[in-house]
Write a protein that binds this ligand. Structure first.
Ligand code: 8YV
Length: 330
């Protein structure tokens, strides 16, 4: 048997052919169909030998890391890294790389699409047309509400929040409020965005747009109490992480029409179970976590992730590292 001298890497999500070739040039790659329990059981030796891990979607926790004593770097094809136990990775000296820049505009477009789709009832109306319900010129039962010149609240003013604020301000003449851990003078200067506390944002926004990572602090940040603080008839949009919203409380707020609508790209459980009450509500636009899912952006994310792994395992890490503090000399 030929023994490869290249470092061993596990790829657990398919990537475009040319990127796979680039990975093969540097590493001896074993492709897994996800980080499933079956793969864990069947490929113990491959896991034990791997110095690199690249993919998206699986849980990378202590249980997995115990099986991967040689691991030096993990590279996720995503900006979010809530699937990773960063503390456990850092404690073992494993670098975690992610793709924070390439998806910004695409995810901001998705947020704006949800704002427009919910306010103007785009999906619901299109479904009614297909169902043959457009028999005469429409009456107010088909009307939506304006987007332009309304107030949009951005919860989480990171890169994507900034790109959303830009679209709302420059494209739709909206007033932008924002709530974040820190004030962002650039957002205030460029987009006239106004910093406020979360309760004020909820009380004043016609559209509350959540674009937060999932952490202990953000889990169920938007619960029944916070939903009750939203303007009656406001619209909630979430394209960050599902568990930031208490979904049962949201369903209640939508059922009793306290909120006009919700546009959701993320859910507490994904894929969203077919039995979810959200799917029975006409005022919900539910998308299958498509935030970054364009051909161009998904390619760029995979390319970034491949480059990130190469840098982490063979070169000098200068960007895209979640835990750079573990690099010796920093
Ligand atoms: C991806 C995302 O859908 O980057 C993220 O954090 O949520 C999305 O862009 C997902 O991680 C699959 O690659």
């Amino acid at each position: 048997m030929e023994i490869s001298m290249k470092p061993a890497v596990i790829l657990y999500k398919p990537i475009p052919e040319d990127l796979r070739q680039r990975l093969d040039e540097h590493f001896s790659v074993t492709a897994f169909d996800g980080l499933t329990d079956d793969n864990m059981q069947q490929h113990a030796q491959t896991l034990a030998n791997a110095v690199g891990l690249i993919g998206a979607g699986g849980k990378v926790d202590s249980a997995l890391l115990d099986r991967m004593p040689a691991l030096k770097a993990a590279s996720t094809i995503s900006v979010g890294y809530d699937n990773f136990d960063v503390q456990a990775l850092s404690a073992r000296g494993v670098l975690l790389m992610h793709t924070p820049t390439v998806l910004t505009d695409t995810v901001a477009d998705t947020l704006m699409a949800l704002v427009l789709a919910t306010a103007r009832r785009v999906v619901e109306s299109a479904e009614r047309v297909k169902a043959g319900e457009w028999q005469r010129s429409i009456d107010e039962n088909w009307y939506g509400v304006n987007v332009h010149h309304k107030t949009l609240g951005v919860v989480g003013m990171g890169r994507i929040g900034m790109a959303l604020a830009q679209r709302a301000h420059a494209g739709f003449d909206m007033d932008v409020l924002y709530y974040a851990r820190h004030q962002h003078p650039e957002a205030e200067k460029r987009y006239d965005a106004r910093y406020c506390d979360l309760d004020t944002l909820l009380a004043q926004s016609d559209f509350v747009c959540l674009i937060l990572p999932l952490t202990e602090q953000t889990h169920h940040l938007i619960d029944a109490g916070k939903l009750a603080k939203m303007k009656p008839g406001a619209i909630l949009i979430n394209a960050g992480r599902g568990p930031v919203v208490d979904e049962a409380a949201l369903i209640a707020a939508l059922e009793n029409r306290r909120l006009l609508a919700a546009g959701l790209d993320v859910f507490e459980r994904e894929p969203l179970p077919a039995t979810s009450p959200l799917l029975r509500l006409p005022n919900v636009v539910a998308l299958p976590h498509i935030g970054s899912a364009t051909h161009e952006t998904r390619y760029n994310m995979a390319a970034d992730a491949v480059n990130n792994l190469i840098t982490a395992l063979t070169g000098r890490v200068e960007k895209n590292c979640v835990n750079p503090e573990i690099i010796p000399g920093r």
